[in-house]
Design a binder for this molecule. Structure first.
Ligand SMILES: Cc1cc2nc3c(=O)[nH]c(=O)nc-3n(C[C@H](O)[C@H](O)[C@H](O)COP(=O)(O)OP(=O)(O)OC[C@H]3O[C@@H](n4cnc5c(N)ncnc54)[C@H](O)[C@@H]3O)c2cc1C
Length: 551
């Protein structure tokens, strides 16, 4: 048994990215005659910045293209007119099991604190409002028995349907063989079945009422509100549970966007080829290139990347981190660069919608106590109303604070898609006024509100992947594409990474892990190799890679 901290190790590809990153031998070496060679990186989100940073450390010269804003879906939007008050519009809570992500957070010296999730001490208190019934709770014990029945039923369903305790123990022990022995049959059994099916067909929920399922959908496990995922493949949800992605979450003080931006200006101590003090920013003379418009095989066999200004450059290798649908919308991608089966996967990949609405308030007034009941006047709130999840961010007493009035997915996100931020705030305040009838939230709002609908942004077309039943094969094709030795030459040299390629979409850890796969892929493509004492993901992929299902 290992005593290492629990990390998102597998279950599809049980490879210890944190050990690989931490090993003193480094991630690998490139032949000296390739040092300084340019590699294109499309997208400056978490995946693109991690890939670029590590490729620079190997002595290559990443050329980053970004169509929008550095940070991508790690977007920390500052409120105008205040200092340090931000709206986390994309990723906002990061489970401690995200070992790859925290490798970079720690490297950059960023501070993290407990995220104010429902029923956690960091939230202080939680209000659950369903079908017009409102409960105030500080822990699960304060809620009616029905909520505990629901929690116990889901635990029992996980044991029954996924041998949960044994599988968790294998992940904790980083025992790849034991993980595969349990997980691979689950892949066959559950790829084509939904989360909803898993819940309702479990003996535990069969013994309970429809109301229990409904409450589970609203409150769920961990952070709540999981009914938006009911149509997804159950494998997606099991990975969240198994990798503890919905547990022990932290936020990054000052905003998570500091992570990708920090990698832009960080000078690694150890680097091949480049002089001390070299940073990605310096290699780019301070600015990334613009968005990519076209990808094609050049006459010399290399890959031509054309930016939106028409400038074309050729590269031996290209890392692609934007959403996969953009390869058929924003980027004119020569079709023969990918196999048709891979195109099927890239195009069928399903993205979920998500909308968030934030306001800045004068102070963390929600901590005031009601003189009659002694309860906080407002709490972290989960509801079946339009807002779904309301989160409260305290920056210290008497300092401006932020409220995420509404964080919603899928249909709930689409409800506000056509509306401007002001209307979204009005709708959210109206919903919350039914839960907190005596509280005038609007009287505390200062500054201008901020909202986002990721599906409305042409650089994203959605929030994150949410694989549907039957999508495992697609996921496997995209995920494993970084091992290219058996591909025809026409299809080599492009490396896919990021949220849509990952097995744990909607979690930045998956974006980081796939970026590291791409780093290995580029290194191998450029004639490099891993240190024998520190094999990389591609060195062990044939042995440990995700199980194949027949086509
Ligand atoms: C609403 C929301 C909530 C989330 N919550 C969490 C959370 O709490 N915890 C967690 O761990 N994760 C969360 N995630 C997931 C996490 O944010 C993502 O997994 C991660 O940020 C994805 O990084 P990426 O590099 O793969 O993609 P991106 O961040 O999308 O980066 C890709 C980049 O490519 C750029 N691009 C697009 N087209 C082009 C082009 N033609 N040329 C050049 N560049 C282009 C884009 O502008 C973008 O910057 C959340 C995501 C969203 C949207």
């Amino acid at each position: 048994m290992t005593s290492k901290p629990f990390s998102a190790f597998g279950p599809d590809f049980p490879f210890a990215y944190d050990d690989w990153l931490a090993h003193p031998a480094g991630l690998g070496t490139i032949p000296a005659d390739r040092h300084g060679a340019e590699v294109a990186v499309i997208g400056a989100g978490a995946a693109g910045m991690v890939a670029a940073y590590e490729l620079m450390r190997m002595g290559l010269k990443p050329v980053i293209y970004e169509a929008g804003r550095m940070g991508g879906r790690l977007r920390s939007e500052p409120f105008e007119g205040a200092e340090g008050v931000i709206a986390e519009l994309g990723g906002m809570r990061f489970p401690v099991s995200s070992a790859g992500f925290y490798h970079y957070v720690d490297r950059l010296g960023l501070e993290s604190r407990d995220f104010p999730n429902p029923l956690t001490p960091a939230a202080g208190s939680t209000v659950i409002d369903l079908e017009g019934e409102t409960h105030y709770a500080e822990t699960l014990a304060d809620l009616p028995e029905l909520y505990r029945e629901v929690a116990r039923a889901y635990d029992a369903a996980l044991e029954e349907g996924a041998d949960f305790t044994a599988l968790k123990a294998a992940i904790r022990a980083r025992d790849a063989a034991a993980i595969k022995a349990i997980w691979d049959p689950i892949v066959r059994d559950w790829d084509e079945r939904t989360f909803y099916d898993f819940v309702v067909s479990s003996s535990a929920f069969q013994a309970l009422s429809f109301r229990h399922r409904e409450v589970f959908g609203q409150v769920g496990f961990g952070t709540g509100g999981w009914d938006s995922d009911f149509p997804n493949s159950m494998l997606e949800i099991l990975r969240v549970n198994l990798c503890e992605l919905d547990d022990q979450q932290k936020y990054i003080v000052g905003g998570v966007e500091q992570m990708p931006r920090g990698l832009w200006t960080d000078a690694p101590e150890t680097m091949a080829h480049w002089p001390t003090g070299t940073t990605l920013s310096r290699l780019h003379n301070g600015a990334t290139r613009g968005g990519v418009k076209a990808l094609a095989r050049a006459g010399d066999g290399r890959i031509a990347v054309t930016d939106r200004w028409g400038r074309a450059d050729v590269y031996d290798a290209v890392v692609i981190t934007c959403q996969t649908h953009l390869l058929t919308t924003a980027i004119d991608t020569e079709e023969r660069l990918f196999d048709q089966k891979l195109w099927m996967a890239l195009d069928r990949t399903r993205y979920m919608q998500s909308a968030k609405t934030f306001v800045m308030v004068d102070r963390p007034f929600w901590k005031d106590r009601d003189p009659v009941t002694g309860k906080q006047v407002m709490s972290m709130t989960l509801t079946d109303r339009l807002t779904r999840g309301t989160y409260l961010f305290d920056n210290g007493p008497d300092k401006p604070a932020a409220i995420c009035l509404s964080y919603a997915w899928m249909t709930d996100a689409l409800k506000v898609l056509p509306y401007d931020t002001g209307k979204r705030v009005d709708l959210a305040l109206s919903a919350l006024s039914k839960i907190y009838p005596g509280l005038d939230i609007a009287s505390h709002i200062v500054g201008e509100p901020i909202s986002v609908s990721w599906e409305a942004d042409e650089n994203f077309l959605g929030a994150f992947k949410g694989a549907l039943p039957g999508h495992y094969r697609y996921n496997r094709r995209m995920y494993g594409h970084f091992c290219q030795d058996t591909l025809p030459p026409m299809e080599r040299g492009l490396f896919l990474a990021g949220d849509g390629v990952s097995f744990t979409p909607a979690w930045v850890e998956g974006a980081v892990q796939t970026a590291l796969n791409a780093v290995w892929g580029v290194m191998h493509h450029m004639g490099g190799q891993s240190a024998p004492e520190n094999p990389g993901p591609g060195d062990v992929f044939a042995q440990l890679g995700p199980v194949a299902l027949s086509d």
